[in-house]
Design a protein. Structure first.
Length: 234
């Protein structure tokens, strides 16, 4: 479904990604793990066209993404749940959710999608009239995920969904990601929480200094000695 081939990307003269190639198949749950500064968020922004690659190609569902403007990425069927949630704090939960369904078919299906999303996130149903900025970090993360789902995507990009959350809330967010995956959505997640994400994903790639250095099934990488030493402190 998603394929990157020999992608370089960065910020101005600073190159962050180097010759990156990987793929995500339809209905897969794939995780990209790596230390701080490895280039994980840059990877997500490049897929979403917030950053243009300087070399290589990105394709999704048979269409080239690397020359599209960001709003066309949404139309293509990719929802990006960004690092740090990026909600509109002075707007209500409901208003934030509605912003996720402003384009194309998603707008016409807003009512049905909203019912589905609120069934996945009953806490948001209780807080739909509350200002987003007054909620807890975990609730805000749920709202960010729900907003992404409002676009009726084929694939969801999760950028550090556990950032700043307690272990208990982190577990809850990962369980929600698994639920969304079981609903038939393809997921690409970048995370620093290596042990938990490798335990729940289908496949994983390890990013180090902007390069893919390892790949394999999640549970296999949990037993990999390099992964154990680099990320698990074993």
């Amino acid at each position: 479904m998603l394929r990157l081939e020999n992608v370089d990307a960065g910020y101005g003269d600073i190159q962050v990604l180097w010759d990156v190639s990987f793929h995500v198949d339809a209905r897969e749950f794939v995780v990209l793990v790596g230390a701080n500064g490895a280039g994980k968020s840059t990877m997500m922004k490049t897929i979403s066209s917030l950053i243009r690659p300087t070399r290589g190609t990105i394709s999704f569902d048979g269409h080239r993404l690397d020359q599209m403007p960001p709003y066309r990425i949404i139309d293509a069927g990719i929802a990006h749940v960004p690092e740090g949630r990026q909600l509109f704090p002075e707007m209500t939960v409901l208003e934030n959710l509605e912003l996720g369904s402003l384009r194309g078919p998603a707008k016409a299906q807003r009512k049905t999608t909203l019912e589905w999303v609120l069934s996945l996130f009953p806490r948001l149903q209780e807080r739909r009239k509350q200002l987003a900025g007054t909620m807890s970090g975990g609730e805000q993360q749920m709202c960010a995920i729900a907003r992404g789902l409002m676009s009726r995507p084929k694939m969801v990009l999760f950028d550090e969904p556990s950032l700043g959350l307690s272990p208990l809330l982190t577990q809850e967010i990962f369980q929600l990601a698994q639920t969304i995956h079981k609903e038939g959505l393809t997921i690409l997640m970048v995370e620093q929480n290596v042990k938990q994400t490798l335990a729940i994903c289908d496949r994983a790639y390890v990013l180090e200094n902007g390069r893919i250095v390892l790949e394999g099934k999640g549970k296999e990488l949990l037993e990999n000695e390099e992964v154990k030493q680099a990320f698990l402190g074993i």
